[in-house]
Design a protein around this ligand. Structure first.
Ligand SMILES: Cc1cc2nc3c(=O)[nH]c(=O)nc-3n(C[C@H](O)[C@H](O)[C@H](O)COP(=O)(O)OP(=O)(O)OC[C@H]3O[C@@H](n4cnc5c(N)ncnc54)[C@H](O)[C@@H]3O)c2cc1C
Length: 330
């Protein structure tokens, strides 16, 4: 005779089923189609120093443009060393693409008049978005010293820009605290000063633990700051270099990440696959918490950023391709 299976209705089993369902509900499986409508991205490039690097930059720009970023930003070399090249790159983006450029401007090594002149020149050439930064000393490991007649902080620079014209202004924020900051509270006060001076949003320094960003965002909101705070995502191409740079800028390299990249120093292709996995997982963790805007430090390399964006559901818009972008010197 067939026996009825024993039905276990114990409270423990019910609790465990409830717990499993709750976990699944918290971490739904990816729905790429619906993500596609929500994610928005921006890309950071640096100005090239040679014809070869210039070719590399423009092919990177051309490859990423069809993803329709909200804007693309161009950095200002440490110590203010790339003023002309930053300007030329931004103007070329403006003149030859459909992209919206944002020019980085720093306070380093120049009196206010000179910085104001740079800002005015950008406005006159049609640039409407600036990333306002203090910058660092041109000499590694030396503290930042402002020009005697210069802007001393990014907050002062934002106020100066606002007096000149109605730019959209982005500033920097630090989930793991800026190395010069006296305390977490002082760093948050500084971010508030920059936004109160007229900045529209902040982009963060890169970080690798999604939790560091989320906790920072909680602190920012608790401090009454409502401006958008966009996570800066660094797809890691050269792990050894990132470790070195992170020591200076205060970003933590988690143990799990060291483990993932261990033994891959001479295996760039595998490193690239690991790097994509790390960044995709980082973005997905943030997406699950409602973060849907990302800024990518591209380092003028398209593939990784393109792969990550693809995994986030972004698709190319061919009408935004830049086939007609002129080669350097044209
Ligand atoms: C998204 C992003 C883009 C960047 N792009 C560039 C770039 O293109 N070129 C470049 O050279 N660098 C760039 N940097 C690096 C940046 O210049 C450095 O991190 C620099 O050390 C600080 O710049 P800041 O604008 O955050 O400075 P600030 O906001 O002025 O703050 C710097 C530090 O000083 C402290 N501070 C500020 N005001 C006061 C005050 N009144 N009293 C006490 N403490 C104060 C702050 O708490 C903070 O610790 C970028 C950083 C980020 C996150």
């Amino acid at each position: 005779m067939k026996q009825n299976p024993v039905v276990n209705n114990s409270p423990e089993l019910q609790d465990s089923i409830y717990e499993t369902k709750r976990r699944l509900a918290q971490r739904p499986f990816p729905d790429f189609i619906s993500l596609r409508q929500h994610v928005s991205v921006s890309f950071e490039f640096f100005p090239p120093t040679s014809i070869e690097l210039e070719n590399k930059l423009w092919s990177c720009v051309a490859q990423l443009a069809p993803l329709r970023p909200r804007f693309v930003s161009v950095t200002y070399g440490a110590g203010g060393s790339t003023r002309q090249r930053t300007h030329a790159t931004v103007e070329k983006i403006l003149a030859e693409t459909l992209l919206i450029p944002a020019a980085h401007v720093t306070c380093v090594g120049a009196p206010r008049d000179e910085v104001d002149e740079v800002v005015r020149r950008y406005w006159d050439s049609g640039v409407r978005h600036l990333v306002a930064l203090r910058g660092d000393s041109a000499y590694p490991a030396r503290p930042f010293i402002s020009h005697p007649q210069g802007y001393q902080t990014a907050a002062q620079l934002v106020a100066g820009i606002r007096k000149i014209a109605d730019f959209e202004v982005t500033v920097a924020a630090y989930p793991e605290i800026h190395p010069d900051a006296e305390s977490q509270e002082a760093d948050l006060d500084n971010l508030k000063r920059k936004l109160d001076a007229g900045a529209n949003r902040a982009i963060t320094q890169y970080f690798f633990n999604a939790d560091d960003f989320l906790r920072f965002l909680d602190r920012v909101r608790a401090a009454g700051i409502s401006a958008p705070i966009i996570p800066g995502i660094l797809p890691v191409t050269n792990f050894a270099r990132v470790v070195k740079f992170s020591e200076k800028c205060g970003a933590t390299i988690p143990v799990w990440m060291r483990d993932l990249f261990a033994g891959l120093d001479d295996a760039p292709d595998i490193r690239q696959l690991i790097a994509a996995t790390v960044a995709i997982e980082q973005c997905r963790l943030l997406l699950e918490q409602g973060i849907n805007e990302f800024h990518f430090y591209t380092l003028n390399r398209a593939e990784l950023t393109q792969a990550i964006c693809h995994a986030l559901g972004l698709r190319e818009h061919p009408e935004h391709s830049l086939c007609e972008l002129n080669a350097p010197g044209e």
